[in-house]
Design a protein around this ligand. Structure first.
Ligand code: NAP
Length: 252
């Protein structure tokens, strides 16, 4: 029997990258999903791929009304929510703090931190003790400060801290995991970060066999398919060629 048969899951930011790949992986193991993101046309493409067994609804995690409507619809259609993958997130810019933009910082904070907390707060009442599992997408950036990481480093450090708070608050009831990847390519992360500048994007991944979204989805799937008494606290996963932000071996 597929490992997640009879289980339900919400994935935020399911229109591309890690969120989309995670949705595919969870669906392939039998879970019924509610998938959200801002881009409706992308969700329609996902719906064509994964079929009408799942729920697709626009979601802006920075917006209280949108988040409430999304979770209400997901809960109404799925019933109980077993797994929440808080994946929606972004980086904007790669500048030192002195040159940063208030607006970019605000959007990163609202999305990566306040949005994650908002969705978690809305979903928890729909989880059952002993069954529920919250998986947060952190980042290696939440474990190592780097020059010009700016508010992105701040948000992912906050995600890790909030994961620790949640795990203590929900101990004995709901599983809480953070999955913290290093460099992941084949997503739209760097398109968004560098506002579509192809050279800057290429520079990030040059000469590295980066992680693929499938590699990260694999980690998430593994964490959520452990027996119910097992809590995987943290998964840190990086390409072989990346030991840290400034220890990356690139092929020439
Ligand atoms: P991606 O392809 O750009 O995916 C980001 C997803 O988040 C998209 O589906 C996007 O959909 C959604 N999103 C953004 N803002 C949103 C909002 N306000 N409300 C709802 N959805 C929103 O990038 P990715 O690499 O897969 O990133 C996924 C997560 O992994 C992020 O949390 C990121 O910080 C984390 N991460 C990425 C890397 C990496 O190297 N790529 C490394 C470590 C951690 P819409 O635009 O349609 O809303």
């Amino acid at each position: 029997m597929p490992a997640l048969e009879g289980r339900t899951a919400i994935v935020t930011g399911a229109s591309s990258g890690i969120g989309l790949t995670t949705a595919r992986a969870l669906a392939a193991e039998g879970a019924r999903l509610a998938l959200g993101a801002r881009r409706k046309e992308r969700l329609e493409e996902v719906a064509r791929e994964l079929g009408d067994r799942h729920v697709y609804a626009t979601l802006d995690v920075t917006d209280g009304a949108s988040s409430t409507a999304f979770v209400e619809r997901a809960a109404a259609e799925l019933g109980r929510v077993d797994v929440l993958v808080n994946n929606a997130g972004l980086a904007l810019g790669r500048t030192e703090i002195a040159e940063g933009s208030d607006e970019d910082d605000r959007v990163m904070w609202e999305t990566n931190v306040a949005g994650l907390v908002r969705i978690t707060r809305l979903v928890l009442p729909h989880m059952e003790d002993g069954r529920g599992h919250v998986v947060n997408l952190g980042s290696w950036a939440g474990r190592e400060a780097y020059v010009a990481g700016g508010m992105y480093v701040g948000t992912k450090t906050a995600v890790r801290a909030l994961t620790y708070v949640l795990r203590k608050e929900l101990v004995g009831r709901i599983r809480v995991t953070t999955v913290d990847p290093g460099m992941v390519g084949d997503t739209e992360f760097s398109d968004v970060r560098f506002a579509g500048d192809p050279e800057k994007k290429a520079g990030v991944y040059r000469g590295v066999d980066y992680l693929t979204p499938d590699d990260v989805a694999d980690c998430i799937l593994w964490a959520v398919t452990r027996p119910p008494h097992v809590n995987i606290d943290e998964i840190v996963v990086k390409p072989l060629q990346q030991a840290s932000q400034d220890a990356i071996v690139r092929r020439s």
